[in-house]
Design a binder for this molecule. Structure first.
Ligand SMILES: [Mn+2]
Length: 265
C-alpha cells in the first residue's frame, strides 16, 4: 500500500530545452526552489522495458511521483520505443544520454534532408520512434538541477572543479574517468572515477558507467548497474535516499562486450 505522505508533484515550469548538437553552452533543466517532490527514480534503461515496469512496481510508483531518467533510454536492449513511450506516459523527465543523442542526431539530419553518420542500430531506432518520442528525447537537457534537494542529475558526469556553466556537453554524455595529468576521458577503469574527485556542493546522480557499477562517494552516486548486460536495473528513491533494483531477465548484450568495449579500454 502506498504511503499517504507521497502526494506532491513537481512543476516543470523552468525546465530549459536544448535542441541539437550545435549548442556549445551547457543548459540545465532547473527546478524551482520551492518545488516539492516525493520520490525520484533514475536509471539507464537501454530499452529494457520489462525490467523498467518491474522496477516501477517495486518502487510503488503512483501517478504524481516524479520519475527522472538518467539518459540512454534507447539502444542495445530489446524495446527502445516502449521505454520512451512509457517515460512520456508517466510524465518523466530525462537528461540526454550518448545513445539518445545519436538517435536524435540522425532523426534531425534526416528531417533537414541531410546525412548523419550513425550506427545502423541508432538509425533503426530513429525510424521506429514517433515524432512525439523523438521530441521527448530531443527536449532533454544536458543535466537537471533540483535546487531544493541539492541534487544534480546527469548522464555521464562533470569535470571536477569546473563550474556548471563551463561544463562540456559532450563530456556530460560520455566521460567516466580523470587521468593523473587531469585529462578527462570516456574510458573506464583508468585513472580516477570523476565522481571521487567531485567536491560538491551538489550531490550528483549519474549513470553511463556500467563497468564500474554502483559508485558511492561523498557527493556523487553512480547507479548504472548494467541491466542490458544481464546485471540489474537500479533506481534511487528520494528523499529516502534508498536504492532499489531488479535483476535483468537476461543479458541482451554479451557481458564480454561490456568488458572488451568499456572496461578494457
Ligand atoms: Mn551512456
Amino acid at each position: 500500500m502506498r504511503k499517504a505522505v507521497h502526494t506532491n508533484v513537481i512543476r516543470s515550469g523552468e525546465t530549459l530545452v536544448v535542441h541539437g548538437p550545435h549548442k556549445q553552452l551547457p543548459h540545465s533543466g532547473r527546478m524551482k526552489k520551492d518545488d516539492r517532490y516525493d520520490r525520484k527514480e533514475r536509471r539507464d534503461v537501454h530499452g529494457c522495458i520489462h525490467e523498467l515496469q518491474q522496477l516501477l512496481r517495486l518502487a510503488d510508483y503512483a501517478p504524481g511521483d516524479q520519475v527522472i531518467f538518467l539518459g540512454d533510454l534507447v539502444a542495445k536492449g530489446p524495446d527502445s520505443p516502449s521505454v520512451v513511450q512509457l517515460a512520456r506516459e508517466i510524465g518523466a523527465k530525462t537528461v540526454r544520454g550518448n545513445h539518445d543523442y545519436e538517435v536524435i542526431r540522425f532523426w534531425e539530419a534526416r528531417r533537414r534532408g541531410d546525412h548523419a553518420i550513425v550506427s545502423p542500430e541508432h538509425a533503426a531506432i530513429a525510424a521506429k520512434l514517433s515524432t512525439a518520442d523523438v521530441r521527448f528525447l530531443g527536449d532533454a537537457p544536458w543535466f537537471i538541477e533540483a535546487a531544493d534537494m541539492k541534487h544534480l542529475f546527469v548522464h555521464a558526469g562533470f569535470i571536477p572543479r569546473v563550474k556548471l556553466t563551463q561544463q562540456n556537453p559532450r563530456l556530460m554524455m560520455n566521460m567516466r574517468s580523470v587521468l593523473k595529468d587531469g585529462t578527462v576521458t570516456a574510458k573506464s577503469v583508468v585513472g580516477y572515477e570523476w565522481a571521487k574527485l567531485w567536491q560538491g556542493p551538489h550531490t550528483v546522480v549519474f549513470g553511463h558507467d556500467a563497468c564500474r557499477g554502483l559508485q558511492h562517494f561523498q557527493y556523487a552516486r553512480g547507479i548504472d548497474t548494467g541491466c542490458v548486460y544481464g546485471g540489474r536495473l537500479t533506481a534511487l528513491l528520494l528523499p529516502e535516499n534508498r536504492l532499489i533494483s531488479v535483476a535483468a531477465k537476461r543479458a541482451y548484450v554479451s557481458p564480454r562486450k561490456l568488458r572488451t568495449v568499456l572496461c578494457d579500454q
